[in-house]
Design a protein around this ligand. Sequence first.
Ligand SMILES: [Zn+2]
Length: 448
Amino acid sequence: MNQMYTPVIGLEIHVELATRSKMFCGCPADHFGKEPNIQTCPVCLGLPGALPVPNKKAIEWTILLGLALNCRINRSSKFDRKHYFYPDLPKGYQISQYDEPIASGGSLKLKIDEERTIGIERVHLEEDTGKLLHNTVNGEKVTLVDFNRSGVALVEIVTEPDIHSATEAKEFAQELQRIIRHLGISDCDMEKGSMRLEANISIAESGKRKEESELPAYKVEVKNLNSFRFLERAINYEIERQTALLKAGRKPRQETRGFVEKLNATRTQRYKETAADYRYFPEPDIPPLEFSNEFIDNIRAKLPQLPQDIAKQLENKYGIRSSYARLVAADKELTDYVLAVIDEAKKARMKTDSLVGLIINQKIDWHKVKPEQLVTEMMKTKAAQVSDDTTLEQWVKQAVADLPKVVADYKAGKKAAIGVLIGKVAALSNGSADASVVKKILEEKLSR
Ligand SMILES: [Zn+2]
């Protein structure tokens, strides 16, 4: 029998909320790049007698995210203490949510035109830990703790193990990032650590399961994934590693591994704890949360249009080609700008698709140029210019075919030769081709 190996992947994604103050105290939450330990107080330092007070905005935003992810919002919820020792955790426990998360049972569609969805197991709210800094002081290697981040509101999004490849995992994380940015509740900046990825990976062997839905008896958790690229690489590495073990008749160990960038591989960090090891119990200093229907409906009313809907609208209502529509919809500010430009363009009877193409291809500094200004400018100077990709590509093709020697020169390292080709396209188009776009297309074409 031909043995089949199916990757079973679930993601745990932490996102720092952009609230002004921390989760349980009044300290400023914006900790990035600040002098260490200046944004602390008895609550987030875990000093005796300090009482946590939940941040209402953080709770509302977690509900908003739950709604955006098609979750059920649980009418009653509570905070729990999760105990473990680590130097960046001053209380010896983290306030988190155990068995009554704010939201659960949701789903996210990976792509606009696909039916496939990834289940969301839960969305819960917790506090971030401090940060360890490994440093050298007076020639000695030391580890320092910065508590500015301690107590910052953190949501955790946990998917069902519905993901079956590294690409899908990446697509999920990217779509989630777009959604959260549209909600305006976090910048989801992975370099700053405001979005952090973890993947649980195991391999299901066909024929060894009673049912298709039965999960493997182990899972490997991979941490330290601070880019979509590393997420993809770590998952591919684990799929290969675990499949090789299974093929050799061995069972992969349940463990936590870290992705090591230099090795492009994962390495064992520790053998995994179970939930019981954390000695979860209800946080006695915070009363249970109760949400009325009215409270939740008010938050639902604030739910903005999400990227996939916006892209569809740009396509169907305004005739923007889908590649542009998706690019625009991925950025909330750009969406607002493009909608304003479309409004102006309609008044001026300009074609919206090519206008949006211009904004994208020419990298218009849309933070500075007002929509009406842009349209007026284009009416004057760009109206006669062609920047339509398909048309330009035909001219570029023609120029490349007509001038094989120039192309060879360029490929041999004579970069200036590109000017001759741009000139040729200009001639073919009677001067109407947009030179900067032509240059880009040429560079792309000739690099292949
Ligand atoms: Zn504080």
